[in-house]
Design a protein around this ligand. Structure first.
Ligand code: FE
Ligand code: FE
Ligand code: ZN
Length: 280
């Protein structure tokens, strides 16, 4: 069986270079920051670069690549200037991605910074309702969060509520992060099928569009968010073997965000592809 697997890579040297790096590590996709993760500015590009990138990915049979919004983007903040940046960056990213061969855009729903989940959810959906548009081909993914601090998206219910309150919600999907989900209190280590069943009941598995594969430095239900190399954390390597074996999710694009260099990512990619290949 073939899987779509890659890692989070830097696009500092361009989209094409990042694709070549992905290919060199044995991957057939990758994730990148839509803009500088801490600051704000968006990377310049020209049409030729986008075309070259697109042909390279076609020639090398890449799956869908994933753009990740910056961490500073917080639609749920109590501060108006923070929400304002979120609005501007998000709409600019959506527009930019429509010029690129990238149809998945992942973001952290946000932190309500003390104002409560309901207020936070309203602020998020207000911005989504202002920015999503009918003609967009990009699917926006809400990432499942660990629930550190006042993070929204720690439960499937919170994600489902955002989706329900967004008018153009055919443009919304979900990216499940294994580290976050486990630390938020979903036992994907011992009961992956039950968790997916719950996901299906509350959100709908048809909404699940991508996976972030990360082991975790913290245990179950700790609401902490620190990634670990696959097999070196509390989830353990067997969890990832089970994910690759699971028919409900093993055809989704998967992205590693583990603390690794090129060789570390290459090892994880090779391992997961090996598990998939053995499934025939
Ligand atoms: Fe993320
Ligand atoms: Fe993630
Ligand atoms: Zn994380």
């Amino acid at each position: 069986m073939k899987i779509t697997i890659g890692a989070h890579l830097s696009i500092a040297k361009g989209y094409l270079k990042a694709s070549q790096e992905a290919y060199d590590m044995g991957a057939n996709t990758f994730q990148f920051f839509s803009r500088n993760p801490r600051g704000g500015s968006i990377r310049k590009f020209d049409q030729k670069e986008a075309d070259d990138w697109n042909s390279y990915m076609q020639e090398h049979q890449f799956g869908e690549v994933l753009a990740h919004a910056p961490y500073t983007l917080n639609m749920a903040s109590s501060k108006e200037e923070v929400r304002d940046f979120a609005y501007r960056a998000f709409s600019e990213d959506l527009e930019r991605l429509s010029q690129l061969p990238c149809t998945l855009y992942n973001f952290h729903p946000g932190s309500h910074t003390g104002d409560g989940v309901q207020t936070g959810v309203s602020r998020i959906t207000e911005i989504l309702n202002k920015t999503l548009f009918k003609e967009q081909k990009v699917i926006v993914l809400l990432e499942t969060m660990a629930g550190k601090g006042t993070e929204i998206g720690r439960s499937f219910e919170e994600i489902a509520e955002i989706i329900a309150k967004t008018q153009l919600n055919e443009k919304l999907g979900v990216c499940l992060d294994t580290c976050h989900t486990y630390c938020a209190g979903y036992d994907i280590k011992n009961n992956l099928d039950d968790v997916l069943e719950e996901f299906d009941k509350i959100i709908g598995l048809n909404r699940l569009k991508a996976l972030h594969l990360n082991d975790t430095k913290n245990d179950y239900q700790t609401n902490k968010d620190r990634h670990e190399i696959l097999g070196n954390g509390f989830l353990g390597i067997e969890t990832f073997v089970e994910i690759i074996k699971n028919k409900h999710i093993n055809q989704l694009p998967m992205f590693l965000e583990t603390p690794n260099d090129f060789n570390g990512y290459a090892r994880e990619v090779a391992f997961l592809k090996g598990v998939a290949a053995a499934l025939s």
